[in-house]
Ligand binder design. Structure first.
Ligand SMILES: *[C@@H]1O[C@H](CO)[C@@H](O)[C@H](O)[C@H]1NC(C)=O
Ligand SMILES: *[C@@H]1O[C@H](CO)[C@@H](O)[C@H](O)[C@H]1NC(C)=O
Ligand SMILES: *[C@@H]1O[C@H](CO)[C@@H](O)[C@H](O)[C@H]1NC(C)=O
Ligand SMILES: *[C@@H]1O[C@H](CO)[C@@H](O)[C@H](O)[C@H]1NC(C)=O
Ligand SMILES: *[C@@H]1O[C@H](CO)[C@@H](O)[C@H](O)[C@H]1NC(C)=O
Length: 222
């Protein structure tokens, strides 16, 4: 277990397949993070991953399971939602058909008190060989990212989930439309979601968050 300054980070899982391309990057930090991920993968001649809004909404629920507790992301008090939560809680909260849930082939989770933009979040999440292996896994076909501030402010959580599901038949919304919930932003839904949308009290809270930065982190292996 190696210690990472400033960020709590976790990574994981298994399985197989190929490509998908997608375009819209909205004014949404989660979409921007997916864009950075895909740019980095394609620079390695790997496939660009389909940005699946159902999977991304589940990433947002995954963050919510931590209830704002950064210390549960890594370190001695590290916790991980049970896999059964995907079917029991996360999918229903998103209006995603349980039958369309597909294997999670990797995950990144980070938490810190300071808000950072997507490119910086990426470089913090992906900063060692273990996380690079996850990023460059050829088995991923799709990705979903979510970003949230707790109660509209610090700490900020970033979650990226990878899957090997088929883009048009995995993590499908029951009524065919992404169920957008606030606070928090998730990728793939052509959803404009900037700070203003998820910081309920912008301004002083934001500055407070920046100046009160404290975090120690870990990466843990499988
Ligand atoms: C990719 O999938 C194959 C076949 O399912 C599996 O054997 C392999 O371990 C997976 N690779 C990674 C890096 O997870
Ligand atoms: C991109 O966004 C535009 C405007 O919101 C929308 O009409 C279009 O269908 C989107 N394209 C994709 C590939 O989602
Ligand atoms: C991809 O990400 C890794 C890890 O952050 C970084 O070292 C590398 O320079 C990036 N590659 C490109 C082409 O940006
Ligand atoms: C990370 O990978 C690089 C290149 O494959 C290797 O040189 C380096 O020793 C690895 N670092 C660790 C800590 O395993
Ligand atoms: C889903 O994608 C597969 C493979 O790309 C394709 O064969 C199939 O027709 C698609 N199904 C729908 C409903 O678009």
């Amino acid at each position: 277990m190696a210690i990472l300054p400033r960020f709590l980070l976790a990574a994981f899982f298994f399985l197989s397949a190929s490509a998908d391309v997608q375009t819209n990057v909205t004014n949404n930090p989660a979409d921007k993070l997916v864009a950075v991920i895909n740019t980095n993968r394609t620079a390695q001649k790997l496939s660009s991953l389909y940005d699946n809004p159902g999977l991304a909404c589940i990433a947002l629920q995954y963050i919510r399971a931590y209830q704002g507790d950064c210390s549960a992301v890594g370190g001695p008090n590290a916790k991980k939602p049970a896999d059964s939560e995907f079917a029991e809680t996360f999918a229903p909260s998103c209006g995603v058909q349980v039958a369309s849930l597909s294997p999670i082939t990797g995950r990144f989770l980070g938490c810190q008190s300071k808000y950072v933009h997507a490119a910086e979040a990426f470089s913090i999440l992906v900063n060692n060989n273990k996380s690079l292996d996850i990023l460059y896994d050829k088995n991923h076909t799709e990705v979903g990212a979510a970003v949230t501030g707790t109660d509209g402010g610090s700490p900020y959580f970033w979650c990226v989930l990878f899957s090997n599901g088929k883009s048009n038949s995995s993590f499908v919304f029951e009524d065919g439309v992404a169920k957008i919930t606030r606070p928090g932003c998730f990728s793939g839904a052509n959803d404009e979601c900037s700070h203003a949308n998820y910081l309920s009290q912008p301004g002083h809270l934001w500055l407070y968050a920046v100046t009160s930065f404290i975090a120690v982190g870990y990466i843990f292996g499988i």
